[in-house]
Design a protein around this ligand. Structure first.
Ligand SMILES: [Zn+2]
Length: 478
């Protein structure tokens, strides 16, 4: 039974300073509740929404990057439904059925899964406003005695990207969203590390069954879980002779299940009508060409360049380009310090882990590129060991302290690389008594112990040197 998945991804244009139809601040995350509001985003009668030019530009940029065909005219529509998060009783969006009025249609994005490439086709890209944020004090709506609404999020600009049903499992879906987020990051549309910066709806069906739409997926982990849950649920129904009904389900991230929405939602029920307060916007050729000329380097082009220009592996280039900030940081360091492989090694194996522990927040980094370059230089000159570098990295990265200053303050230079290797060799000998016995019978067996030490240094030490140290420690060398 083959699985068919299509996605709709809502990206917040987190780089926009203002909301989609008014001049309220879009920085809702750092504001007290219901502070960034005005008559327009509160949906009061008699107001005139005015489209945000910057958001339209960003939508066109995304469409160009995906190779989509941009519409000649952009039409906003009212999409009606009643929910407390929607003060107007309708959301200003674009028509999602048929080929009418969205920003762009078609295009594709290539993903790489299980060792092969796959083209995922894009159906359309449109602009819409985010509804307000509903807060349940007990997290679970059914257990909460009351509900809070924060209208700071009402009217935040969203780009909606819908794919054709070209995906066939959770891994492909996650890979697609990762790739799209990488692109949105490079185009300075969305900062994926911000809470709530993207949401996903997944249309999932199994050959011969009806399509089920799972809404409200807020992370890549949840996307994987929701798809796997839904595939198992639908397969069970089909295997026991039942029928999968066409319906909307919600992803409940607390319980890890999809739950049927009490009401079936079909596009026809939204009673779309053109938004009478916003005339259709003509998008002319010269405008598109102007935006095209201002496009930054796309991530897949940058990746190829990193491999060629810096001699990095495909993997290294892929990790560094996965976030625009990281790619820029790498290049800034590479301009000062001329060993790109060492920079890549430090950033990927040590630096990135620390950032990820802090939710991928690059904005917390205080270290200037020159400081990282200096640190690597100190390592080259053997003023410090890898061990010391790891110890002081935190302070340099997040406090922006000067490497030389920390080293001299703490008197760290006295521990040499040799002493560090001695420590590691002792540890390996202590933890591998059987291998030590083997070496006494067969001298070649020492390679195993050398390998263990190498592993601890992540392959950064000289194996000949380790060999000598171990033999000396085992009394095999006078
Ligand atoms: Zn407003």
């Amino acid at each position: 039974m083959s699985v068919i998945i299509g996605l709709e991804i809502h990206l917040q244009v987190t780089s926009s300073k203002t909301k989609l139809f008014c001049s309220c601040s879009a920085d809702y995350r750092n504001s007290p509740p219901n502070r960034n509001v005005c008559p327009i985003c509160l949906g009061l009668p008699g107001v005139l929404p005015k489209p945000n030019r910057y958001v339209i530009e960003k939508a066109v940029q995304l469409a160009l990057a995906l190779g989509s065909k941009i519409s000649d005219r952009l039409v906003f529509m009212r999409k009606h439904y009643f929910y407390p998060d929607l003060p107007k009783g309708y959301q200003i969006s674009q028509y999602t059925m048929g080929r009418y009025s969205a920003v762009a249609y078609g295009g594709s994005l290539e993903i790489f899964v299980k060792g092969r490439r796959k083209i995922v086709r894009i159906r359309r890209i449109n602009i819409e406003e985010d509804p307000a944020k509903i807060i349940y004090p007990e997290k679970d709506p059914w257990k909460s005695p009351y509900t809070l609404i924060d209208y700071n999020r009402s009217g935040i600009p969203l780009l909606e990207i819908a794919t054709e049903p070209d995906l066939s499992d959770a891994e492909e879906a996650v890979s697609f969203v990762e790739k799209l987020l990488e692109l949105a990051d490079h185009l300075n549309i969305t900062d994926p590390s911000l809470e709530g910066s993207f949401r996903i709806d997944a249309n999932i069906s199994i050959e011969g069954g009806e399509r089920v739409e799972v809404k409200n997926i807020g992370s890549l982990k949840d996307l994987e879980k929701a798809i796997n849950y839904e595939i198992i649920r639908q397969k069970r129904i089909l295997e026991t002779g039942g029928k999968v009904v066409r319906e909307t389900r919600h992803w409940d991230d607390i319980r890890g299940v999809t739950v049927s929405a009490r009401h079936k939602e079909f596009e026809e029920e939204y009673k779309y009508m053109p938004e009478p307060d916003i005339p259709p916007l003509e998008i002319d050729h010269s405008y598109i060409e102007k935006i095209r000329s201002l496009m930054p380097e796309l991530p897949w082009v940058m990746r190829e360049r990193f491999i060629k220009q810096y001699g990095l592996t495909d993997y290294e280039a892929g990790v560094l380009v996965s976030r625009k900030w990281l790619a820029k940081y790498f290049e800034d360091i590479a301009r000062i310090y001329n060993k790109p492989d060492k920079i890549a090694d430090l950033l990927i194996n040590d630096f990135l882990g620390k950032i990820n522990e802090r939710g991928g927040r690059f904005d917390l980094v205080r270290a200037r590129p020159e400081q990282i370059a200096e640190l690597l230089d100190l390592l080259d000159k053997k003023v410090i060991s890898i061990k010391i570098l790891k110890e002081i990295l935190d302070k340099i990265v997040f406090d922006g302290e000067d490497p030389k200053k920390i080293i001299s303050e703490k008197g760290l230079t006295v521990i040499s690389e040799d002493e560090y290797l001695e420590e590691l060799a002792e540890k390996v000998i202590r933890e591998n008594p059987k291998a030590v016995e083997d070496v006494k019978k067969n001298p070649k067996a020492i390679n195993y112990l050398v390998g263990q030490v190498m592993k601890l240094t992540r392959g950064r030490a000289d194996p000949e040197k380790i060999n000598v140290i171990i033999r000396r420690k085992l009394g095999l060398l006078r």
